[in-house]
Ligand binder design. Structure first.
Ligand SMILES: Nc1ncnc2c1ncn2[C@@H]1O[C@H](COP(=O)(O)OP(=O)(O)OP(=O)(O)O)[C@@H](O)[C@H]1O
Length: 506
C-alpha cells in the first residue's frame, strides 16, 4: 500500500486547523457561587447561551443566563465537589449526547451515560441535545397509523406516526401503563421506542424496564432516566436528550415512538432551576419561557418528507393533573401544543373501566387519517354511541319505564363500554380489534351477558384464526373490510354456537 504525500500533508493541515480552533475558544472563568445545582462564574466573557462548560473536577455545566458581569450555569452532575474560586473552562461546544443503535436495550442517564451496569456504550456518534425542529418544507402530513394495541385508543383516538398525543390525568389513573402497552405493541412493527422517565423512583423505572424486557420490548427500546434525587438540571434536560436520540433514527428514515413521563415534573424542575437562577417568576411561579420549553421539545416530533427519508417521531408526552383540572397552567399549555389528548378519568378508573379513557374529552386531531380503512368503518359511530349512552345512562337512573329504543341503546352502550375494557399488557392486533368491533356494530354482542363478553371476544378471535384465517389475511393485506357476506356469516356462525348467547340480555 502506497501512501501519497499530498494525503499526509492534507491530514496534517486538517489537524493543525482544528488545533488552532480549539485554542481560540479556550477561555476560563472563576466560580463565584455554587448551590442547588447552579453555579455562577465570572470572566467567561465570550460564553454562548447553551454552551457546555467544564469545571476543575471534570463535572460539566451548561450556560443558561448571560448577565453583565457573570454567567449563570446549570451543573450537569454532582455540584458538591465544586468550590468557590475554582476555575471553569469553555469548551466551545453545545451539549451533545451519544446516539445510535448501540443505545438500544440500554438504560442511560440524561447525559447518555449507561446506568444499567451493562458496561460502556460503544458509539462514536453524537447529536446536540437542543436542536431546531424540522421546518414546514421538511415535513409531510401524518398518514400512517401507529397501532397502540389498545382498542379504545386505536378506535376512538387513533394516533399517526409523527403525531404528538398527550396522555393526561390524575395520579394513578394508568397513564404510564398506556405508554408501556403502546411500546410493548411495537414489537415487529419497525419502530424504535424511547422511554424518558423524569423524576420517577428508581425502583419504578427498574420494574418498568423489567416489564419491557419480559415482553421482548427492550430490544428496540432506549430508556433515559433522571431520578428524583438527580439535580434539577438533569431532570430538565432529560426529554431533550431523548429527542436527540430519536432524531438520529428519524433522520435515517426510521420510525420512532418517544414517551416523556412526565412533563409536569420536568416543568417543576425547570421552575426550580429558574428560580435559583433568579429569573423573574411568572404564573404559578413558572418562568416566562415555560411554554417555549415544551413547544420546542414537542415540535421536534415530526413526519419527515420523502426527500428526507420519510422517517417519523411520534411523541406521547404525559401530564399529571390535580383533581382532573385540565385548565391549570401546564396542562393547558401542553394541550395547546399537542395534536390531541387522551384524558384519563379517575372515577372511571375506580369504577373498573380500564383503560379509564374518557371518550367525551379525548380527541385526536389527526384522527381518521391515521386509521386503516377497515378500522375507520367499524369504529365510525362508536364515539357517538358512547356519548349518547353516557347521557342516557345518567338520565335513566331517574325513570323506571323506558321505551324499547332507549332500552336497546342502553344495552348496546353497556356492552360497548365492556368491549373497550382491556387488561394490562394485553395488546391486540388491528385485525383482532376489527373483528370485535365489527361484531359489536352488527349487534352480535347485544345478546351476550356482560360478564361473558371478554370470553366471547377471545373465543371469537381464536375461532376466526382457526377457521377463517383467510378473512384476517384479507384485512391485513387490503386494510379494508372484506367484501361479501363471508365475514358477517363467520361471526354469525360463531355467535350462534357461543355458550351463553341464547340468554336474553338483561
Ligand atoms: N388497563 C388496566 N387494567 C388493570 N390495571 C391497570 C390498567 N391500567 C393501569 N392499571 C393499574 O393501575 C395502577 C396505576 O397505573 P400507572 O402507574 O400506569 O398510573 P399513572 O397514572 O402513570 O401513575 P403515576 O401517577 O404514578 O404516574 C397500576 O398499578 C396498574 O397496574
Amino acid at each position: 500500500m502506497s501512501i501519497k504525500a499530498e494525503e499526509i500533508s492534507s491530514l496534517i493541515k486538517q489537524q493543525l486547523a482544528n488545533y488552532q480552533e480549539q485554542l481560540s475558544v479556550e477561555e476560563t472563568g472563576t466560580v463565584t457561587y455554587v448551590g442547588d445545582g447552579i453555579a455562577r462564574a465570572h470572566g467567561l466573557d465570550n460564553a454562548m447561551a447553551g454552551e457546555l462548560l467544564e469545571f476543575d473536577n471534570g463535572v460539566f455545566g451548561m450556560v443558561q443566563n448571560l448577565e453583565s458581569n457573570d454567567v449563570g450555569i446549570v451543573v450537569l452532575g454532582d455540584f458538591t465537589g465544586i468550590r468557590e474560586g475554582n476555575s471553569v473552562k469553555r469548551t466551545g461546544r453545545i451539549m451533545e449526547v451519544p446516539v445510535g443503535d448501540a443505545l438500544l436495550g440500554r438504560v442511560v442517564d440524561p447525559l447518555g451515560r449507561p446506568i444499567d451496569g451493562n458496561g460502556e456504550i460503544k458509539t462514536d456518534k453524537t447529536r446536540p441535545v437542543e436542536r431546531k425542529a424540522p421546518g414546514v418544507m421538511q415535513r409531510k402530513s401524518v398518514f400512517e397509523p401507529l397501532q397502540t394495541g389498545i382498542k379504545v385508543i386505536d378506535a376512538l383516538v387513533p394516533i399517526g406516526r409523527g403525531q404528538r398525543e398527550l396522555i393526561i390525568g390524575d395520579r394513578k389513573t394508568g397513564k404510564t401503563s398506556i405508554a408501556m402497552d403502546a411500546i410493548i405493541n411495537q414489537k415487529d412493527q419497525d419502530m424504535i421506542c424511547i422511554y424518558v422517565a423524569i423524576g420517577q423512583k428508581e425502583s419504578t423505572v427498574r420494574s418498568q424496564v423489567e416489564t419491557l424486557r419480559r415482553y421482548g420490548a427492550m430490544d428496540y427500546t432506549i430508556v433515559v432516566s433522571a431520578g428524583p434525587s438527580d439535580p434539577a438540571p438533569l431532570l430538565y434536560i432529560a426529554p431533550y436528550t431523548g429527542a436527540a436520540m430519536g432524531e438520529e433514527f428519524m433522520f435515517n428514515g426510521k420510525h420512532v415512538l418517544i414517551v416523556y413521563d412526565d412533563l409536569t415534573k420536568q416543568a417543576d424542575a425547570y421552575r426550580e432551576l429558574s428560580l435559583i437562577l433568579r429569573r423573574p417568576p411568572g404564573r404559578e411561579a413558572y418562568p416566562g419561557d415555560i411554554f417555549y420549553t415544551h413547544s420546542r421539545l414537542l415540535e421536534r416530533a415530526a413526519k419527515l418528507s420523502d426527500e428526507l427519508g420519510g422517517g417519523s417521531m411520534t411523541a406521547l408526552p404525559i401530564i399529571q393533573t390535580q383533581a382532573g383540572d385540565v385548565s391549570a397552567y401546564i396542562p393547558t399549555n401542553v394541550i395547546s401544543i399537542t395534536d390531541g389528548q387522551i384524558f384519563l378519568d379517575s372515577d372511571l378508573f375506580y369504577a373498573g373501566t380500564r383503560p379509564a379513557i374518557d371518550a367525551g374529552t379525548s380527541v385526536s386531531r389527526v384522527g381518521g387519517d391515521a386509521q386503516i380503512k377497515a378500522m375507520k368503518k367499524v369504529s365510525g359511530t362508536l364515539r357517538l354511541d358512547l356519548a349518547s349512552y353516557t347521557e342516557l345512562a345518567s338520565f335513566a337512573q331517574f325513570g323506571s319505564d323506558l321505551d324499547t329504543s332507549t332500552q336497546s341503546k342502553l344495552n348496546r352502550g353497556a356492552r360497548t363500554v365492556e368491549v373497550l375494557k382491556q387488561g394490562l399488557h394485553q395488546p391486540e392486533t388491528v385485525e383482532q380489534q376489527v373483528v370485535t368491533l365489527f361484531a359489536l356494530g352488527k349487534g352480535f354482542i347485544d345478546a351476550i351477558k356482560i360478564e361473558d363478553i371478554q370470553r366471547y371476544e377471545s373465543e371469537l378471535f381464536s375461532y376466526m384464526t382457526g377457521n377463517h384465517q383467510e378473512i384476517l389475511d384479507e384485512i391485513t393485506s387490503t386494510s379494508k373490510l372484506p367484501e361479501g357476506d363471508g365475514f358477517y356469516n363467520a361471526i354469525k356462525e360463531f355467535s350462534e354456537s357461543f355458550q351463553g348467547s341464547k340468554e336474553a340480555a338483561k
